[in-house]
Design a protein around this ligand. Structure first.
Ligand SMILES: [Zn+2]
Ligand SMILES: [Zn+2]
Length: 346
């Protein structure tokens, strides 16, 4: 099969012909239909992700068609499936209590085992996978492997966002845009913050009530102003750096809820934030990563009913050979929307 491989950090991915993957007893082999280029892939490609070593095929946000199913998998060839990036064991206490995204024995294609920047991928533990709705094009469904579902769980499973509440979104990459689209669908009033004017305009076109350029001064103060002096009810940090995390906490009203979705790695993992504010305003701080796969129907139902449209997330459809260029996009503030690989032969 054709696959893209990290041979050296920050160097062009090598396009290689590799052996086809082997199906595991409880898994499937998918012909990859679409795979998103996610910021976590960039973390691996630059050498910041502890599991990603040279030789890695990246790619963890994908959907595909079953070409082979193991004897213990309930799927059959021809089934089209979405895979969550966390493949949970299903039997540990975390899995059995419904929190499979905190599984004690996770398998993570794209991070230490072969990912989906390839024509085929072996996906073990196929009980985590979910059927791709017929009406949803694979390019849009890929995001349901990582960014869209992570955003959904952050808003509904963690912060319990309610209709009519103010939601602040700091950083409008794939996760942030998903939060905007999903927050709107839930009836929240959304304020986005970014540093790229094009992204702010894009967010306004998708229904944000306000779009703030973080370079124009005190973000938190402006959010308090927009919300009638009170502050946001829920604020999500979708980048993983100190300045946005600090602003996210500061923009909240008393009893506000902060959700850390951005992945803080390397030097950025330690941050100075105003903990007095956390105390005085009695804020709640949530970390979140992925979504338990049993929660897929809650989001797919809204998509199938036409209440959520994820199409505006997709900015570019690219061939596998252009994946490196898309990783480089994350080196600097990026244009709006995400890139999805949907041609693995080119
Ligand atoms: Zn991701
Ligand atoms: Zn488990």
């Amino acid at each position: 099969m054709r696959a893209a491989v990290i041979e050296e950090y920050r160097k062009d991915l090598a396009i290689r012909d590799l052996a086809d993957p082997v199906c595991e007893a409880d898994g499937v082999v998918l012909k990859v239909l679409a795979c998103g280029v996610c910021r976590s892939d960039w973390h691996g490609w630059v050498g910041e992700h502890p599991r990603v070593k040279p030789g890695q095929i990246p790619g963890h946000e994908y959907c595909g068609e079953v070409v082979e199913a193991g004897p213990a998998a309930r799927w059959k060839p021809g089934d089209r499936l979405i895979a969550p990036f966390i493949l949970a064991c299903g039997i540990c206490p975390s899995c059995q209590s419904g929190h499979s995204n905190t599984c004690e024995d996770q398998r993570l294609p794209g991070f230490g085992e072969p990912g989906a920047y390839a024509e085929y991928i072996s996906v073990p533990r196929a009980h985590n996978l979910v059927r791709l709705p017929e009406a949803l094009p694979p390019v849009q469904a890929a995001g349901l492997g990582c960014r869209v579902t992570t955003a959904w769980h952050a808003l509904t499973g963690r912060a319990a966002l309610q209709g009519g509440e103010w939601l602040a979104v700091h950083g409008t990459g794939g996760i942030g845009l998903s939060c905007l689209i999903l927050g709107r669908a839930l009836g929240a009033r959304v304020i986005v913050v970014d540093v790229v004017p094009e992204k702010l305009a894009h967010a306004l076109s998708l229904g944000a009530e306000a779009a703030l350029d973080a370079r124009a001064g005190d973000v938190a103060a402006r959010i308090h102003e927009i919300t009638g002096g009170k502050g946001a009810h829920v604020s999500v940090e979708a980048l993983g750096i100190e300045a946005t995390t600090a602003a996210s906490l500061e923009c909240l009203r008393p009893l506000g809820r902060h959700v850390q979705i951005g992945l803080p790695l390397g030097h950025a993992a330690r941050m100075q934030v105003n903990m007095n504010l956390v105390y005085m305003r009695q804020l709640a701080l949530f970390g979140t990563r992925g979504m338990p796969s049993w929660r897929y129907p809650s989001l797919l139902g809204l998509i199938e009913a036409g209440r959520v449209d994820v199409a505006p997330l997709i900015a570019r459809r690219i061939p596998l050979s252009q994946a490196t260029e898309e990783l480089r996009v994350f080196d600097a503030p990026a244009p709006p929307g995400v890139a999805v690989i949907d041609d693995f032969a080119a």
